[in-house]
Design a protein around this ligand. Structure first.
Ligand SMILES: Nc1ncnc2c1ncn2[C@@H]1O[C@H](COP(=O)(O)OP(=O)(O)OP(=O)(O)O)[C@@H](O)[C@H]1O
Ligand SMILES: [Mg+2]
Length: 259
């Protein structure tokens, strides 16, 4: 057992939609800078777990904690403020804004100047603006988009849009990053770049990551622990090596031999 309290602690979390249990008795503990994988067949409940952890859905059972503080019951913007950020299965950016503007918008909630200062463009506003600009450019550098600051988001190639999403998540000052199939639709080069960025984020920013990913080789390569769900239930948890030979996991993915 680690001495430090986990960044994310999830305890018996669950939700039903009209009687159907989409996720039930979900438990996980993720420590600082750790990278865990969440896998399972289509419709298993993976994205629903993310929707629970980000306050999009209200759990019908259980609780979850960020650095020991209870999070369920909080609204999405509150959860983000506390430090849980996500990227989406389908990219969500402000398509007509530049890369830099996308990051700055995400930083907005962290601005300290008052509305009055902003309205009258007082010196404190400009000082903060300059600081935000510099910080946003720094975050673009982290995801290797330093030279793309002024490009309109929708004109960036797919892999770069994915990375811009990560820069936006970083801009919220998060402690835990939830990545929903970030490598979907990426070519091998883009996927390799993504891997590097995930590692930079963990090491440079001490951020913990929970990763949903269909690309099994990717999950096996980078995750320290993997949790497998099927029909909303956890069927396995362990190291990549343990998961790869787990009969229940093999069955969930490939079906029973007699089927
Ligand atoms: N708002 C909702 N109302 C009703 N049912 C829902 C809702 N959200 C999710 N579900 C159901 O919950 C189950 C889990 O869906 P979820 O999107 O979490 O799966 P997933 O593991 O992310 O799948 P995929 O790999 O295809 O992305 C599905 O049966 C889905 O239809
Ligand atoms: Mg999903």
């Amino acid at each position: 057992m680690s001495v430090e309290q986990p960044v994310l602690q999830v305890s018996h979390l669950g939700i039903s939609f009209g009687g159907l249990k989409a996720v039930s008795d979900f438990n996980i503990e993720i420590g600082k800078s750790e990278l865990y994988g969440l896998i399972g067949p289509n419709g298993a409940g993976k994205t629903t777990v993310f929707n629970l952890l980000t306050g999009v859905y209200k759990p019908t059972e259980g609780a979850f904690f960020l650095n020991g503080e209870k999070m369920n019951g909080k609204k999405t913007h509150q959860v983000v403020q506390e430090g849980i950020a996500r990227t989406f299965q389908n990219i969500r950016l402000f398509k007509k804004m530049t890369a830099l503007e996308n990051v700055k918008v995400a930083m907005n909630m962290k601005m300290k100047y008052s509305l009055v200062a902003a309205a009258f463009r007082l010196p404190s506003y400009w000082a903060q603006e300059a600081e935000i600009d510099a910080k946003a450019r720094e975050l673009l550098e982290v995801v290797d988009l330093g030279d793309k600051a002024d490009v309109i988001a929708q004109n960036l190639p797919y892999g770069q849009q994915r990375r811009l999403e990560i820069a936006r998540a970083l801009a919220t000052g998060m402690k835990l990053l939830l990545l929903d199939e970030p490598a979907a639709g990426m070519n091998p080069t883009e996927t390799a770049e993504l891997l590097d960025i995930i590692n930079v984020i963990r090491k440079k920013f001490n951020i913990s990551v929970l990763l949903i990913e269909h690309d099994m080789s990717l999950v096996m390569k980078i995750c320290e622990k993997i949790q497998v769900i099927d029909y909303g239930e956890t069927i396995a948890f362990g190291t990549p090596e343990e998961i790869a030979i787990n009969p229940r996991v093999i069955e969930a993915y490939l079906g029973k031999e007699d089927e």
